[in-house]
Design a protein around this ligand. Structure first.
Ligand code: HEC
Ligand code: HEC
Ligand code: HEC
Ligand code: HEC
Length: 115
């Protein structure tokens, strides 16, 4: 019982933390699983094939729109959700099961981390 409570508290602390992703930190899909999000809510199918990437519409079913996301990250410079590239694929930056990466830095050198 006590262990379950501690695990739950640790999960809440992780969700609320802005700590930089480390090899020990849960990846995006695991963080979503803790909130009850199922594979098929990102992937549309229960057993995604290798090489598949979620469509933006799947993410936006819960996260509304690029405009809404840009408002949430308005303090970041540059704003990763509002750029000259337009509404690119979420998965270009947000990895599901691995370290995320700021795709902008293929060309730029911005000091921005994607969790
Ligand atoms: C079934 C609903 C649902 C779907 C589908 C979903 N999310 Fe989320 N996501 C949430 C909720 C709820 C939160 C926590 C509240 C918040 O931060 O908006 C969250 C939080 C996040 C966060 C910030 C917290 C963290 O752990 O990093 C990111 C980034 C994120 N989602 C990206 C995505 C991406 C990218 C996709 C598609 C591949 C996606 N989400 C699909 C519900 C969803
Ligand atoms: C150019 C890279 C990039 C793309 C593309 C991108 N994001 Fe993000 N996103 C970031 C960065 C950087 C942050 C801030 C650090 C973090 O929370 O990971 C962020 C934060 C978030 C958050 C947390 C916002 C908050 O502070 O409450 C959510 C939710 C999110 N992104 C969802 C999405 C979804 C859904 C898409 C596609 C529609 C998307 N992102 C596309 C880079 C990106
Ligand atoms: C929050 C959204 C989200 C959830 C939930 C999620 N995934 Fe993913 N998944 C992604 C993203 C984003 C990718 C794109 C590749 C990457 O970045 O890891 C991906 C890629 C994949 C791939 C292709 C991997 C490759 O390298 O070819 C498989 C297989 C997969 N996911 C299986 C699952 C299974 C099984 C579940 C449920 C246990 C699940 N995913 C839950 C977001 C999610
Ligand atoms: C394929 C290469 C490429 C990618 C990827 C890219 N950019 Fe750019 N970006 C450019 C070029 C070229 C310019 C115009 C030349 C300049 O002013 O540096 C530019 C200019 C900019 C500028 C204005 C000039 C500056 O450096 O302040 C901003 C801000 C910017 N990009 C943000 C982004 C963001 C945010 C992303 C990711 C969502 C991104 N870029 C992805 C090539 C790219």
């Amino acid at each position: 019982m006590r262990n379950t409570m501690l695990a739950a508290l640790a999960a809440i602390a992780l969700l609320g933390s802005s700590a930089v992703f480390s090899a020990d930190a849960p990846a995006l899909a695991d963080r979503h699983a803790k909130m009850g999000v199922k594979c098929e809510q990102c992937h549309a199918v229960k057993t995604p094939a290798a090489g598949t990437r979620p469509k933006n519409e799947a993410c936006l079913a819960c996260h509304q729109s690029y405009e809404a996301l840009a408002a949430k990250t308005a303090k970041l410079d540059p704003n990763p959700h509002k750029s000259h590239l337009g509404n690119v694929r979420c998965a270009d930056c947000h990895s599901g099961h691995a370290q995320s990466r700021l795709m902008c830095n293929d060309c730029h050198k911005f000091d921005l981390k994607v969790k």
